[in-house]
Structures are given as C-alpha cells and as structure tokens.
Ligand binder design. Structure first.
Ligand code: CAA
Length: 257
C-alpha cells in the first residue's frame, strides 16, 4: 500500500485507515481509491475487526478526486476508467465505518466522508462540493447523499456555488455526528468505534444494512426488511448471550456468532 496506512488494533477490535498523500492534500487518485477498496475488503473479512475508522491528517481529510489525473480525460476515458465501481465496493462494506475528519473534506473527500456511516469532525473541518468551480459537478454521490443529509435548499447552494460548510454548521445541519477540538477528533472517533465494537457484530451488521435500506425503499418495504433482519438476530449466539447477560445482570461477551 503506497497511499494508505492500515493499523488493525486487535485489543479494541477497531481498525484505522489513514489516507496518506499529504503533499496533495490526500487527493483521491485511482491508486489510492483501489488501495482503500482492497483494505476495506480485507478488514471486512477479518473477524478480529468490528469497526473501522477512515481518517486523513490535520490539514486535510481529502481535497477531492485527483484533478491532475482527470484534467486531460475525455468522457470515454472516464467511462472506461470506471472509477466509481471502486466507490460502489466501498459502499458495500458491512462493518460500521467512521470518518474522522479534520481540515478539507472537499468534492470526493466530502463524498467519501458521507459514504461512511458516521462523521466525527475537528473544529477545523470544512465540507464542500466545489466541483462546479472547475467546470464539473459531484460524481461520487454528492448530489444524492448531501441532499438527503441536509435537505434540498442547502445542498443546492453548496453544489451550485462550491461554498464550504464549517464543522459547526455541518453539525447543525445533521451532516455529521459532532465537532470536537482538533487535538481530540481521532480520539473521539476511536471512542465511538470502541463503543460499537463492544456490541454484537452480527446485530451491528444487520442494523447498518437496515438503516441504509431506508434510503432506498418506501416505508412499508423498509419495515419489512427491518423485521426480517430483527428475526435473523435470533439465529445468533449473540442474541442469546445479550439477553441472558441482561437477565443475569452481567456484561455480555459478544462473539459475532
Ligand atoms: N487534486 C489534485 N491535487 C490537489 C487537489 C486535488 N483535488 N487538491 C489539492 N491538490 C494539490 C495542489 O495542486 C497542491 O499541489 P502542488 O503543491 O504540487 O501545487 C497541493 O495539493 C496543495 O494544495 P494548494 O496549494 O492548493 O493548497 P491551498 O491551501 O492553497 O488550497 C484547497 C487548499 C482549497 C483545498 C485547494 O487545494 C483546492 O481547491 N483543491 C481542489 C478542491 C476541489 O476542487 N475538489 C474537487 C475535485 S473533483 C471531484 O472530487 C469529483 C468527484 O466528485 C469525485
């Protein structure tokens, strides 16, 4: 891996992925995205890992897709490059993913953070979809996920002007979970990931799948999907352990079985 660093932490069951092209503000070139996809696939299959954090550095989470890599391309080059199939695979990760964002989260960087399940931001974080300023528009989910998160009027303004949103505003608008001082954003992400990692991995997977389903279905179908996943929890040892532990007034020990 050249452009990302992966640190699984067996004790906490949390894995950290750090985007690592600092000089280019973590611009998301094809190689970095391919490495990210491969790392997530591996962590998704690793039974020791129960939650994943994606972060950048203090200055930038990621300043978007790599403009230099795209600048000379034609539509057919872009079609053949098929960069978004990588994003589709990232979206299919089953384990909970937290984006720990500091500094710029722009264009594809903002879209990557929104592809994660939760976002913890430092007070210096800036979110934006500035593609309009370079003659294009968001292509990795920005028009869809941002609109669903903050509503049409605010999303339209960001997408059509390229204006950035501060971390405080992003929290007010419901785009992110919370803002913390810059020296604490990673620690806060680890705290949240650690908390999730203590839950049943089976229930977490099914719950994540069900929440995500709400973006794709009508209520009736979503409720039906939720109910099936709820019943499926009862096939797990974790359900027995969780409920027995409650009755016996002790802490459950979930195994992901
Ligand atoms: N692609 C390639 N290189 C990038 C980059 C990007 N998205 N963003 C920053 N860089 C590079 C700069 O070219 C510069 O490299 P050099 O030192 O070799 O010149 C280096 O990172 C540092 O950047 P700046 O000197 O520009 O730093 P700054 O502090 O003055 O400005 C910034 C920071 C406001 C984030 C500015 O870099 C910027 O506007 N970046 C582009 C943001 C953008 O438009 N993102 C959307 C990309 S398109 C996209 O993402 C499509 C999609 O939906 C998938």
């Amino acid at each position: 891996m050249e452009f990302i660093l992966v640190t699984p932490q067996a004790r906490t069951h949390v894995a950290l992925i750090q985007l690592n092209r600092p000089k280019e503000l973590n611009a998301l070139n094809l190689q970095l995205m391919g490495e990210l996809r491969d790392a997530l696939k591996e962590l998704d299959e690793n039974e020791e890992v129960r939650a994943i954090i994606i972060t950048g550095n203090e200055r930038a989470f990621a300043a978007g897709a790599d403009i230099k890599q795209m600048a000379g391309k034609t539509a057919i080059d872009m079609l053949n490059m098929d960069q978004f199939s990588t994003w589709d695979q990232i979206r299919k990760t089953k384990k909970p993913i937290i984006a720990a964002v500091s500094g710029f989260a722009l264009g594809g960087g903002c879209e990557l953070a929104m592809t994660c399940d939760m976002i913890i931001a430092s007070e210096t974080a800036m979110f934006g979809q500035p593609e309009i300023k370079i003659g294009v528009m968001p292509g990795a989910g920005g028009t869809q996920r941002l609109t669903k998160a903050i509503g049409k009027a605010k999303a339209m303004e960001m997408v059509l002007t390229g204006k950035f949103m501060t971390a405080d505003e992003a929290e007010k608008q419901g785009l992110i979970n919370r803002v913390v001082p810059v020296e604490l954003y990673l620690e806060e992400a680890f705290k949240l990931a650690g908390e999730i990692a203590q839950m049943s991995p089976v229930a977490a997977r099914l719950a994540k799948e069900s929440v995500n389903r709400s973006f794709e279905t009508q209520l009736d179908e979503g409720l039906h999907f939720e109910r099936k996943n709820f019943y499926l929890c009862f096939a797990s040892e974790d359900q027995t352990e969780g409920m027995n532990a409650f009755v016996e007034k002790r802490k459950p020990e979930f195994k992901g079985r």
